[in-house]
Design a protein around this ligand. Sequence first.
Ligand code: FES
Ligand code: FES
Length: 239
Amino acid sequence: MSEPLCTDPSNEDFEQEEHELEKSGLYSELTRRRFMKAAGAFSAATAIGLPIVAWAEGAPEARAITLKVNGKPEVLSLDMRTTLLDALREHLDLTGTKKGCDHGQCGACTVLVDGRRVNSCLTLAFAAEGSDITTIEGLAKTSDPQDLSGLHPMQAAFLEHDGYQCGYCTPGQICSAIAAIEESKHGALSIVSLHTGKTDKPEMTDDEIKERMSGNICRCGAYPNIVAAVRAVARGVSA
Ligand code: FES
Ligand code: FES
């Protein structure tokens, strides 16, 4: 019998990794991957013009909301469907957080919600009410651009290691990197931890950093320098 003309090894790898994540109880990672897969199918459907869902008729009324952003309560009146990303950029003028794909696929919009990294384009502003939201603007202790000593250590490391080119992905990379180090410190595992068997106390090796930062895309390809910056902070050798 002839061999099949086309196999899909990447899909097999994907399914194998899903199986390993399920066995190891890494359900949050599993959910993220499945969501990404579903989002890909949604994008493909829209690209070829398939009807998706009927739009709700009429816009709902705006409602009052208080968001705690960078330690400061902000009172807004928002459509219930407003994403956290749009609330930050369009209503609070915090344009450091970037809109890349607006579909949860690039990480440019990453912010910290109660210390955890989230894609703000996939988070409703109302879902973040009552939480501490930190954006790139809230990381430094200073608003003086000349005062480098007031930067967050991750910001300083990105400067020191040239972890950017155009800088568009950088706010998301920095927020994501801060949370990734905290996740590792608290023993959260990645697929690399499982492959290496270091499940007791995962270290931020380069492979771990690459895996844990894989949700943040850099179109300029500054990855080696981004890894160097994250490695420096993770090992406590940066400013
Ligand atoms: Fe949110 Fe790309 S803009 S993930
Ligand atoms: Fe340009 Fe990352 S520095 S996209």
